[in-house]
Design a protein around this ligand. Structure first.
Ligand SMILES: *Cc1c(COP(=O)(O)O)cnc(C)c1O
Length: 225
């Protein structure tokens, strides 16, 4: 198994779409990230704060780090100094904490609002109603250090392609609705639609994804032992 080879094959498959590939490197050793880096990858995604910070410290500083996992408010401060984009903003309280910590760093942090599109109960994310509450809320109107760049979502983990497609379509519809909204504050610049993982990225691209978060296809299966 070679990371460079996996990347080459993946890039060939997605090359006709204008999308950013985020290499999801969670649980993988820095040596494998270095291989990907040598093969040209500059966007890496992690889902745990400690691991993200450790890898940031060990790897080249031109990497753009994406936080893609559930983020606890008390850990926001560890990543605001360097994180490129937080994909997993799923509450106004979390957004408020990001604003507070980013202000201390005097740096604007790009965020995606994570939507609940899957059938599964366990997945995090906002409903459409909650999304518009945040977008139209007082907190965001006053915020100076967070910028909302788009939406993120995860489809149900299933073999049923129709189901996955339906969920991505629903996310794309909400994305277009937000994009078309003229009333939103200046710090909402909707451009990115982060959807698609190893198992469903083809469908995600067909349904309008601008950002793929791909781990297994690049780095192989994860071992959680
Ligand atoms: C792990 C993870 C991915 C990548 O999953 P793969 O199936 O390995 O491609 C994408 N998004 C999120 C939020 C993840 O936690």
């Amino acid at each position: 198994m070679s990371v460079a080879k996996n990347l080459e094959e993946l890039r060939a498959k997605v090359s006709s779409y204008p999308c950013t590939l985020v290499a999801v490197s969670k649980t993988k050793p820095v040596e494998m990230l270095e291989e990907a880096y040598k093969a040209g990858v500059r966007d890496f995604g992690e889902n745990k704060v400690q691991e993200l910070v450790d890898k940031y410290e060990q790897l080249p500083k031109d990497i753009q780090w994406h936080m893609i996992g559930h983020l606890q408010r008390n850990k926001v401060k560890y990543i605001t100094p360097f994180v490129h984009m937080i994909h997993s903003v799923d509450s106004a309280r979390l957004l408020k904490e990001i604003e507070k910590q980013a202000r201390k760093e005097e740096r604007v942090v790009d965020c995606l609002l994570q939507m609940h599109i899957a059938e599964e109960e366990s997945k995090y994310g906002l409903s459409e109603e909650e999304l518009f509450e945040i977008l139209n809320g007082e907190m965001l109107a006053k915020a100076r250090y967070v910028r909302i760049k788009g939406l993120m979502g995860m489809a149900t983990f299933t073999e049923n392609e129709q189901q996955i497609r339906k969920e991505f379509k629903s996310l794309k519809r909400i994305f277009e609705k937000v994009k078309a909204d003229q009333q939103l504050p200046q710090n909402v610049e909707i451009k990115e639609l982060s959807m698609g993982m190893s198992g469903d990225y083809q469908i995600a691209l067909e349904e309008g994804s601008t950002m793929l978060r791909i781990g297994t296809t690049i780095f192989g299966e994860r071992n959680y032992n």
